[in-house]
Structures are given as C-alpha cells and as structure tokens.
Design a protein around this ligand. Structure first.
Ligand code: NDP
Ligand code: 8X3
Length: 264
C-alpha cells in the first residue's frame, strides 16, 4: 500500500456500493480522491467517511477528498470537468470507471427505449468519455492506471440481461483494445469483473422494490462493496511493472452468471 501514498484517484459512482467502499479503502492507503456521482449529499457522506478513514490511518500523505457532482452520461459536463477540480488534484494517477447500473429484466421487444439509451449512455459512453479524457493526460505524463468495472455479465450473457450484458461486453472490448494500444507505455489497464455484490445495484434494477432486491441474494452470502474494493486497491498497489489485466470474482456459492447454490 505504500506504493499508493500521495497518489490521486478519480472514482466515478463514488456515492454508494463498490465506488464508496473503494474510496474509503483508498483513503486509508494515503491517497487523494476525486469522488464523482450524481447525488451530491451521498457524495458528501462518503467524503466524510474518507476523512475519518484517512485520519484513522495516521498517514500524512494524501487526505484531500473532493466531491464533484457529475453525471457521466453528460458529455458537456465531462468536457468541463477540470474546471470543477481543485488545481492540486488535477494530476490523476488512477482512474476507477465504476459508475453503472441496470434497470429491469425485460425481454427484447419489451424494453423501454429510454432504459436502453440510459444504460448505454452511462455504462459505455460515459466510461469511454472519462477514459478518453484521462488517457490523454496519462499519455502526456507517461504514467497512469485505468481500472474499469466490468462484470460477469460482460463474459456471459443471460436471459433478461440483454442490454446490461451488451454494455458490459462493450466495456470488456473497449478495455481489451485499450490495454493493447498502451502496451508500449507504462500505463496499466485493469478490468475487475464482479459476480453478485449486494449494494444499491438490485434496488436500482428493481426501481426501489426492496423485497425484489433482497430476493436476489436469498440463500447465499453475496460479495460486499468492500470485497470488490479490496481487489481494486490491490490491483492499483501492485509494483509498477505488474498489470492485473482481468479479475473475475464470485461469492463462494456462485459459479457463473446463472449458476449458484442457495441453501434451502
Ligand atoms: P450501486 O447502485 O450501489 O452504485 C452505482 C454507482 O454508480 C452509484 O454511486 C451511482 O451514483 C453511480 N452512477 C450511476 N449512474 C451514474 C451516472 N450517470 N453518472 C455518475 N454516476 C452514476 O451499485 P454497485 O456499487 O454494485 O455498482 C458499481 C459498478 O459495479 C457498476 O458499474 C455495476 O454495473 C458493477 N457491477 C455490480 C455488480 C453487483 O452485483 N452489484 C456485479 C458486477 C458489476 P449516483 O446515483 O449518485 O449517480
Ligand atoms: C452484475 C452481475 O449478473 O447480477 O453486474 O447482472 S448480474
């Protein structure tokens, strides 16, 4: 973790779940963090948790946490991002493209057009726009690390997941091309591919229906945001010559997008 001291991390979707847990763990490791998401109040709560985690660490490096309200599907907002970032935090070392969501489990033919557009705008086009912005800097500074949050849904398509799976397959393809393009540079490109993680993900999928969200995890112990945060921070803290290319992580009772054991 000493390799992370004083680094600056940018995390999209830092207001809940995996992104929030990742911010807190990076804060403990002595980094500075740009916390991006749409919900400003939730971002401020995460910022406070980062301040507390950094204080508890006793480290003197890092400790600057800037909440920035930003919708990654808003290209104009991304284009003007630097105007909202304190000048001391403009040299980002690690980009964590984590913002993403799914709505519903509808079959092809029945899916609302706005749901399709929204998922692609955030999960794919937002991730690409953020990467374009940061990779330009990384190339100029000859350093940097892009960490994209893919999914088992980007490796295995499942019934009722057509659009979400298509977005995560797109993330996988984009990340693969990027790693190959950057092979002659010190810039690292990682894709983290979680299975079932209990966050606000299912609540968002089922439009706030908490019973439907809970039923996703019945009979098994899902991963937590903290479990994935550990993988992200671990990948970021490998020696500079080591690139964790891809990492697929399941709860112990999950073996594919659709194969899981649920205790009766
Ligand atoms: P959460 O719903 O808890 O977190 C999603 C985060 O993304 C929130 O902070 C949300 O913040 C943010 N977000 C959503 N849309 C936008 C947007 N347009 N602009 C900026 N921020 C946005 O779910 P998770 O933590 O589980 O999800 C994080 C990532 O992990 C996603 O990419 C998801 O696809 C992926 N993943 C999740 C799995 C799971 O089982 N939970 C499994 C595999 C992958 P806000 O609403 O404030 O904007
Ligand atoms: C989330 C995994 O399979 O629940 O990316 O859609 S899944």
């Amino acid at each position: 973790a000493s390799r992370l001291l004083g680094k600056t991390v940018l995390i999209t979707g830092a207001s809940s779940g995996i992104g929030a847990a990742t911010a807190i763990l990076f804060a403990k490791a002595g980094t500075n963090i740009l916390l991006l998401a749409r919900r400003e109040d939730a971002l401020k709560t995460v910022q406070q948790a980062c301040v507390a985690a950094h204080k508890e660490s006793g480290l003197k490096e890092g400790g600057h946490f800037a909440p920035i309200q930003l919708d990654v599907s808003d290209k104009a907002a991304i284009a003007s991002l630097w105007s909202k970032v304190p000048s001391s935090l403009r040299n980002v070392d690690i980009l964590v493209n984590n913002a993403g969501y799914v709505v519903g489990r509808d079959s092809v033919g029945d899916i609302d057009e706005s749901v399709i557009d929204g998922m692609f705008a955030t999960n794919v086009l937002g991730l690409i726009a953020m990467t374009q912005l940061l990779v330009k800097d990384f190339k100029a500074r000859k350093s940097g690390h892009v960490i994209n949050i893919g999914s088992v849904a980007g490796i295995e398509a499942y019934v009722g997941g057509s659009i979400y799976c298509a977005t995560k397959y797109a993330v996988n393809a984009f990340t693969g091309s990027l790693r190959k393009e950057l092979v002659d540079t010190p810039i690292r490109v990682t894709e983290i591919q979680p299975g079932m993680v209990e966050t606000e993900f299912s609540l968002v999928r089922f439009k706030g229906d908490s019973n439907a969200a809970k039923s996703v995890y019945v009979g098994l112990q899902p991963l937590t945001g903290e479990d994935i945060a550990e993988e992200i921070v671990w990948a970021a803290s490998r020696p500079a010559h080591v690139n964790i290319a891809e990492q697929l992580i399941f709860p112990v009772n999950q073996a594919s997008a659709t194969i899981m054991y649920r205790a009766p």
